[in-house]
Design a protein around this ligand. Sequence first.
Ligand code: NOJ
Length: 564
Amino acid sequence: MSDLWWEKTVIYQIYPRSFMDTTGSGTGDIAGIISKLDYLKELGIETIWLSPMYPSPTDKPYHLHDCGYDISNYRDINTEYGDLEQFDQLVAEIHQRGLRIVMDLVLNHTSAEHPWFVESRSSRDNPKRDWYIWKDGRGKNGKKPPNNWTAMITGDAWKYDEHTQQFFYHEFLDFQPDLNYRNPEVQEEMLNTIRFWLNRGVDGFRLDIIHALFEDEQCRDEPFAIPLPFTSKYGLIKKTERQLHLPETIDFCKRIRETVDEFGGKFLVGEVHGPAEDQRKYFGDVANGKSDGLNLVFYFNSLNTLLNVKKVKSLIKTAESSFADPLLPTWVFSNHDFPRRIFRLKNDIKKAKLNAALQLSLRGVPCIYYGEEIGMSNPTLDPKTSKDALSHHLRLLPAVSRNLIRHFGLLLNRDEARTPMQWSSTENAGFSPPEGLPWLPVNDNFKRCNVEQQEKNPGSLLHCYKRFLKLRNNSPVLQSGALKIIEHPNFPSSVLAYERYLVDAPAKCLVLLNLSNRAEHFSVPYQNGEILASTLSQSKVMVANKIALEAWEAVIIEVEGIAS
Ligand code: NOJ
């Protein structure tokens, strides 16, 4: 059984702008986060991941910044959230409660406003020129991009700079120039930034689009996979072998790991998009039960997985084979870039409860997005008034494409997943004081869906999360046990069953998920059985090993013996 705390942890992502505003500015702040730490402790999570709070040009119009994912100073705090002193207080308050803090680190690119980039673009011979990726253009007058690379979501990855008549490379939006990791100074600077925050006591980092760190040194064209007419424009379907997942990126992840290991007891979780076999590479090499790359990598296949036995089983099987022990999957169903999970579940609370039971009973590290525990949903917001710079970029897409893309689980307006946390049924949902104007509209459903109201209702989604979190936090089997999918003739075809077990411990946890609209009655093929938690009832019992599951109900049962 593992003795590494982060292998047993539960992560909770806070999007600071939207969590709690104490000043009435309309955006969340550090004091707001501190005021809600007791809530988080009681909820039962341990690790708080904060989306970026560093200085970033958030005073510019919204379409010119990425709400913190474009950093202009890596070693300070954006004044809209507070300052370094308040940050230190936050770390102390978090630790006092036995909680942990993980910073979001955007290593791939800076803001175009970062003094390094300002210097870099000032002249071709500036000492910071090589900190970014500058190339001559093609064509007669050099105004054609250096090659066919496209940015992750939007068109060209190259932007022409009149001043020095070269192009710079950006994997994300054009105000987020990529740093040049082939320059050793850049590497050292960033490793020292990591040390800076670890010295301030943070417990780890979430690494933003870490798979994009290095690009092909010779800058060769990407071979396009399917050259659909809209591909070159939006770059949604392309091969990525020259821009993403380069071996040099994996090597640098190992250096980050070495740096973090200088401090002991810290961890790294990477944002890596791509098939599970590509994600696997970021864990590095495994020897003596340990890997030498990132400790964890978000497993994103879950975001759009439909709740049926076949799909969920295949989701789990891929995770189990790609991230087999000693690796662990990191289970994420919602975050600040994708539609909230409940949107995929058609806002059905029973399904959301089942999804919580699934997430909290799988092998690996669960990562909950703020508001997911109360079933906050994404409203449909008018793209014309969106604050999200990405949405601004995509605003000219016709409605038909928008709906199609939305259907496939991508958000064209990420504001929809970032609306203010719904604390109560008072003005502004308790997010901003009554005189404040929240930066994004509060979801209309806040009077029905908020923390205060769900606290009072033992049948609420919030209480369901608390029950399953409490169970997990007190169960070495659920925290560290192996997972085995159980096929048995007793189980109805719509019921997915898996065991969590520790070698040499007789008691195991059997998880049963009824993935259907039908109630199911069957007998559980084990010697003993005691129901530890159900998503729909607080006092469910089994009589003579017979169980009745309501539609979309999930239970965890302590069992002994072998399914027979
Ligand atoms: C991924 C982050 O999750 C997203 O919010 C951000 O816009 C991009 N990386 C660029 O940093």
